[in-house]
Write a protein that binds this ligand. Structure first.
Ligand code: SF4
Length: 356
């Protein structure tokens, strides 16, 4: 057991690696000490990323209609979740959607498609989208997330100008079969390795809140460290009606902070992203999480709506952080979108219902 979170952080800043016992202790942090944990993880975050927040933007190129059966996914085989379903977006639409995210402050666009993995024609389709996107936005980073890759596809994506490839390990190897029967944990590791070998920056993360134990969570994060993921998105399960995990609400905001702090301490210099489900699970503690993570998705997710992009950017500014790649804010109140004070016209003295 480490003496204090600060002692632990000092050790990690000196280059030590978090061990399993320490990781389990982090997850067991009592509620009243979570702020100390956040502060300690925040020192690592600031040491490696300063006050910047990387803003990423998702474009779902193909939604739903997937033949795989990942239990957490609203796009899975047999899902009756009431989501948008469509086949590949035309290139011009995909570029238009991506451009909106870039104009909103995103420095990375994540081009995602449902399915087991792309055919070679799909890879060419994505290559065409990347080509157009690069013409309009030469400096933007592009991440592709197209499922399991076959030999040669990662190289083609790299050649087409894709910078990164996302494929999440999602959970511990020991429980992978519980969440998916149509592909394996090893399949996923193989795709991350293919991406890495082709020179794509590997982005691989987790979905938490699926009933994993602390040991399994530590296994999953240590596996990501071992794999050399450059970017770790931490998703919080959104238990869609119409999927096997519907009604699974196992997280609370303090637990989410412990998990994010653990991710930061396992991989101090790696991009850690608070990803899907942050609004529902971190709730009012999202700004605190910014002291631990250095990355988020702007606006909406693949099949669900997030808080507005404007609220995301305001949250970043209010917490004292800056969007990576954005112009520095001019003046102390720049970026403020403070709303007019609304005059109370309900409750006492009115015939309208009170706000309670
Ligand atoms: S996570 Fe991907 S592969 Fe699994 S069901 Fe959803 S879209 Fe299909």
């Amino acid at each position: 057991m480490f003496k204090t979170y600060d002692v632990l952080t000092d050790r990690l800043l000196d280059g030590a690696a978090l061990d399993r016992g320490e990781a389990l202790d982090v997850l067991a942090t009592p509620d009243e000490e979570v702020l100390h944990l956040v502060a300690a993880a925040g020192r690592l975050r600031r040491a490696h990323f300063g006050d910047t927040v990387k803003v990423n933007y998702l474009v779902n190129l193909r939604s739903g209609l997937c033949p795989e059966d990942c239990g957490y996914c609203s796009q899975r085989l047999g899902s009756t979740a009431d989501i948008l379903t469509y086949s590949w977006l035309p290139t011009a639409d995909a570029v238009r959607q991506a451009s909106a995210g870039i104009q909103g402050g995103a420095s990375r666009v994540c081009l995602v498609a449902s399915g087991r993995g792309p055919g070679d024609r799909d890879v060419e389709r994505v290559a065409g989208i990347v080509d157009e996107l690069r013409t309009e936005h030469p400096g933007v980073e592009v991440c592709a997330c197209l499922g399991l890759l076959r030999d040669g596809q990662a190289e083609r994506l790299r050649e087409a100008g894709v910078d990164a490839y996302n494929h999440n390990l999602n959970t511990a190897e020991s429980r992978y079969a519980d969440i998916c029967s149509t592909h394996t944990y090893d399949d996923r590791v193989d795709t991350v390795a293919k991406a890495q070998a082709a020179g794509l920056s590997p982005c691989s993360g987790l979905i938490v809140g699926m009933g994993e134990t602390d040991d399994e969570l530590v296994d999953a994060l240590f596996a990501l460290r071992e794999l050399g993921s450059d970017s770790i998105p931490v998703n919080f399960l959104m238990p869609f009606d119409g999927t096997p995990l519907a009604g699974t609400w196992l997280l609370d905001p303090l637990r989410c902070l412990r998990i994010l702090a653990l991710a930061r301490m396992v991989a101090p210099a790696t991009e850690v992203r608070m990803a899907g489900g942050r609004e529902q699970h971190l709730r009012s503690l999202q700004p605190l999480a910014l002291h631990v993570v250095n990355s988020l998705f702007l606006g909406d997710y693949l099949t669900s709506e997030g808080q507005t992009a404007e609220q995301d950017l305001q949250m970043i500014a209010d917490a004292g952080f800056t969007v990576l790649g954005a112009e520095p804010r001019a003046g102390s109140d720049a970026g403020s979108t403070a709303e007019q004070t609304a005059i109370r016209l309900r409750g006492a003295g009115t015939t309208q219902a009170p706000n309670a």
